[in-house]
Every structure is written in C-alpha cells, then in structure tokens.
Design a protein around this ligand. Structure first.
Ligand SMILES: C[S@@+](CC[C@H](N)C(=O)[O-])C[C@H]1O[C@@H](n2cnc3c(N)ncnc32)[C@H](O)[C@@H]1O
Length: 250
C-alpha cells in the first residue's frame, strides 16, 4: 500500500459561482460546495463579505444549498500585496496537506480574469504535486447578453473580450475590427470615454451594459443610459457587431 505524502494531499477546487445571482450556480458547483471539506472565499478584509461569498450565502438562504461554513481569506483584489497572497495561500496549503479538499469560490468563471489563477499558482509553489480542479461558472457577459436576448456572435462574426482599466489600445482595435462583438470588462470607470468612442464609430445605439448584475444595486440598460452615471468596477458592456438589420433602422 502506498503511503506517499502526495496521496494524502487534498484537492484544490476553483468554483465559479456566476456573476452574483444564486440561480446561476450550476448543479456541479452546488455538489462541489456540499462535498468540499472547506469552502474558502476571498475578501478584501475580514469584516467584508466578498462578492462570491455573498452569492453562496444567498444560495443557502434561498434553499439551493444546505447550511455550511465559509472561511474567509484576505486577498487584495488588485493583487498588490504578495505578502497577503502568501499568507492566504499558506492557510489553505495547511488544510490541503492534512488531506482536506478545499474549494475556493470565485465570481463568474475561475479561468477568466480571476483571483483563482494567481492564488492557485501561489499554492502550487508550496505543494508542487497539488491536484487542481475547476468548476466552470457563468461569466458576467453571458448573463448580460441573456438579459437582453442579445446574440453575441453569429456566422462569420468574432467575439473580442477586452479590459479597459489600464489601456484602451486593445479596446479601440477591437471596435475598429469589422464583424466583431466587443465585450468590455473592468471598464466601469472608463464608461464616459468608451461612450465617446462608440459615438465616433456610430456604435452606441446597439451597445448594452450592466452594473452589479444579479447583485443589490443592479443597473441595466443601453450603453447610452449610462451617460452621466457614476459607474464602478463591477460593470460590463457589450458592443454587438454592426449588422445589416441595425444599419437599415438607423
Ligand atoms: C476580476 S473580473 C472577474 C470576471 C469573472 N471571472 C467572469 O468570469 O466574468 C471582474 C470584471 O468582471 C465583470 N463582472 C463580474 N461580475 C459582474 C457583475 N455581477 N456585474 C457586472 N459585471 C461583472 C466586470 O467587468 C468586472 O470588472
């Protein structure tokens, strides 16, 4: 019988909980949340309920998931402190070394601009033989497209997903590419200048946006409805391709 230490190490499971609405939790996510020995939620500080934790707590409240404990680890969302990352990773590595399966919950999907990526890398440095699994989650832009019954891409159309918080180079390239749907993440604070760029390209009318989807304070509408609004980080915009039917209307 093997008594290799790696046989006793628990699995790290990244669970995508969707953008905030508990009904978007998948059956696989619910099962993984029930089965994990420990569920860990990232938070900015110990007193604050993180977005992913809030989603799971609502799922418990609304009866989708039985009562269970959730531990918080402090992970600065801007990735600023490597020290904090290490402390949080060490905390989880201890449980994994004791053979516990640990689930780390994350907003949307764990493979798209997620704390799970840098965090699992940090733990992997501590436990190189670590087995990592992920449970996909509904991404914010999928939820937004669905709320508007908006076709993201069809036939020859492409789909670009860009961020707009540091530089807008990629965004402008995407907006200037024909036959392309553009999804904009991390652009809430940049909405005024993005709206100006859409106006220049005659692409404002069809664009839609959502702030805090599925979360208290949700605001949804055409991108034009966001003009003059103070928009935060948790906002997504979709600019659909220029389509024949829209050209005729305008
Ligand atoms: C760190 S990324 C997380 C992306 C996430 N992993 C996903 O799969 O959608 C944060 C960005 O995702 C988008 N986002 C995530 N949740 C959202 C929500 N509830 N409402 C609007 N946008 C959201 C925003 O563009 C935000 O700036």
């Amino acid at each position: 019988m093997s008594d290799n230490i790696s046989d006793r190490i628990g699995k790290l499971i990244g669970i995508g909980v969707g953008p905030g609405e508990p009904k978007y939790l998948t059956i696989e996510a619910i099962t993984a949340l029930k089965e994990a020995a420990r569920v860990v939620a990232p938070c900015a500080n110990n007193l604050e309920v993180g977005r992913a934790e809030a989603t799971v707590l609502r799922a418990i409240e609304e009866g989708y998931l039985p009562e269970r404990s959730i531990d918080r680890v402090i992970i600065p969302m801007d990735g600023s402190s490597s020290h904090a990352y290490r402390d949080a990773a060490q905390n989880i590595a201890m449980s994994l070394k004791e053979g516990q399966n640990v689930a780390l919950i994350t907003l949307g999907d764990p493979h798209l601009y997620s704390t799970f990526t840098s965090f699992s890398n940090e733990i992997k440095k501590m436990i190189p033989s670590l087995l990592i699994e992920t449970v996909p989650g509904i991404m914010a832009f999928q939820a937004l497209a669905s709320r508007f019954s908006l076709v993201l891409s069809d036939q020859e159309e492409a789909l670009y997903l860009v961020t707009a918080h540091n530089s807008k180079t990629k965004l402008l390239e995407a907006l200037d590419t024909a036959n392309t749907s553009v999804v904009i993440y991390k652009g809430g604070r940049e909405f005024p200048s993005i709206i100006d760029e859409l106006k220049k390209r005659n692409r404002l009318k069809e664009a839609v946006a959502g702030e805090k989807l599925g979360i208290e304070g949700e605001f949804l509408g055409s991108a034009a409805a966001f003009e003059g609004r103070d928009v935060g980080y948790l906002a997504t915009m979709i600019v659909p391709p220029i389509r024949e039917e829209n050209k005729e209307e305008s």
